[in-house]
Structures are given as structure tokens and as C-alpha cells.
Design a protein around this ligand. Structure first.
Ligand code: PRP
Length: 212
């Protein structure tokens, strides 16, 4: 009997370039250059293992519903999605950055209700509730850094890496919400049904992470 396929959903973009060497160290190598192709599903050197390359925000959804058995996604997107629907067994320690609040350098806001622009509305809602702070959340999908200078928001919640984007837009980081890195997530049913191969890949990935 032919064994079932194992589908791994990878996040496209910058994370992918750091992810592929770790999978190569775990003996999983795509049979073509996936950073250059427009295809979304790729064969690998292991006949039963396929790689999907999708937007990071969709990885938790594919893994939760089992269309992908495993995935690699940023902790920011995992927190935003909610992680009840899958396991999160391994921190790949790549694509490290911080999820922070940021305000204009000239911040003088003293209103009771803070207007916060972010694409991470679930995280922000939870964070400000824990702080006991009343906020009005404004959902944006990009160019958040413009929102304060155009009067749309008092503050933003976004990813900060070098801090250059904030600085270039007259903002400064304020409070740390979470340290971010890319994590491996695993569908709960797949972990039972395909345990041997998943354990093997996780173990090799873990060795590759430690060796870095
Ligand atoms: C992220 C984030 C900031 C920027 C921060 O955007 O939203 O805009 O990186 O990086 P820095 O601190 O080094 O300046 P990204 O380029 O990942 O694209 P996105 O807007 O699609 O999230």
C-alpha cells in the first residue's frame, strides 16, 4: 500500500528563505526552486512529502483544518489566529522580531479611548483588555505607520525588526507585546495518524535549529 502524503505548508517571502535550509538539514528538499516558481504545491526528494507555499496568515487555517499536516508560521500570525486548533511543537528561531505598540515621537495623547491601528486586531484587543485600557481598534492591512500622522489613530500595533520603518515615519516603539519567531505547527489528527514521520521531521528540524 502506498503511504499517505504528508503536506507541509510554508510561509512565502522572507521566512521561506530561512526555512528551506532547515528543511534541507532535515532531509526534505524541493525538487525545483520554489522561491522562483509560481506554483503553490511542490514535490520533494521524499516521495510522500509535499510542500505548499502560501501567505503566512493562511498557514494556521490550512493546518487547523488538516489540508496541511504541518506548517511554518510566524508567532504573530499564530497568536492572531488562535492556537487551539493545532500543536506548536517547535520554535525554529528564524525571522525573529518583536510585536510592539508604537506612537508618534511627539506623542501627547491623553484621551480616555486610544485609537489603535493594526492588522493584529485579536492580539491588540486581548493586550489592551489585559492592560485595562479602553481602545478603538482600526483594522488596516498595511502602511500602518501612516495612520498616526494622518490622524487615523493615536498608536499602532505592528511588527518591529530594525525599527527603521517606525523611525522613517516619525514613530517610536513603546511597549513590547510579544517576541516573535517562526514556529512549526502540526494538525492534531495528523500528529496521531502520521506520528512516525512527523516525529522524525521534528527531531531533525530541532537538531538543525540547535546546530545553527
Ligand atoms: C513589517 C512591518 C513593518 C516592517 C518593520 O512589514 O509591518 O512595516 O516590517 O521592519 P523594520 O523594523 O525593520 O523597519 P513587512 O515588510 O514584513 O511587510 P508587511 O507590511 O506585509 O507586513
Amino acid at each position: 500500500m502506498k503511504s499517505a502524503n504528508l503536506v507541509i505548508a510554508l510561509t512565502k517571502g522572507r521566512i521561506l528563505e530561512e526555512t528551506l535550509p532547515l528543511f534541507a538539514a532535515a532531509d526534505i528538499v524541493p525538487t525545483e526552486d520554489i522561491t522562483k516558481s509560481r506554483k503553490l504545491l511542490f514535490d520533494t526528494n521524499v516521495e510522500t512529502v509535499k510542500l505548499m507555499v502560501i501567505r503566512g496568515s493562511d498557514v494556521p487555517t490550512y493546518v487547523e483544518f488538516g489540508s496541511a499536516d504541518m506548517g511554518v508560521a510566524g508567532k504573530d500570525l499564530i497568536l492572531e489566529h488562535g492556537s487551539d486548533g493545532f500543536y506548536e511543537p517547535l520554535d525554529l528561531q528564524i525571522a525573529k522580531c518583536r510585536l510592539m505598540t508604537a506612537v508618534p515621537v511627539t506623542d501627547q495623547t491623553d484621551s480616555d479611548v486610544l485609537k489603535v491601528a493594526t492588522k493584529f486586531t485579536n492580539i491588540a484587543k486581548h493586550y489592551f483588555a489585559e492592560q485595562g485600557r479602553q481602545v478603538e481598534l482600526i483594522k488596516l492591512n498595511g502602511a500602518l505607520e501612516l495612520a498616526p500622522s494622518l490622524g487615523l489613530a493615536d498608536s499602532i500595533v505592528d511588527i518591529v525588526d530594525t525599527g527603521k520603518t517606525l523611525k522613517a515615519n516619525g514613530l517610536e516603539p513603546k511597549d513590547l507585546i510579544a517576541d516573535i519567531s517562526s514556529r512549526v505547527i502540526v494538525n492534531k489528527a495528523s500528529m496521531k495518524i502520521k506520528n512516525a514521520i512527523i516525529r522524525d521531521i521534528l527531531s531533525k528540524l530541532s537538531t538543525a535549529v540547535k546546530a545553527k
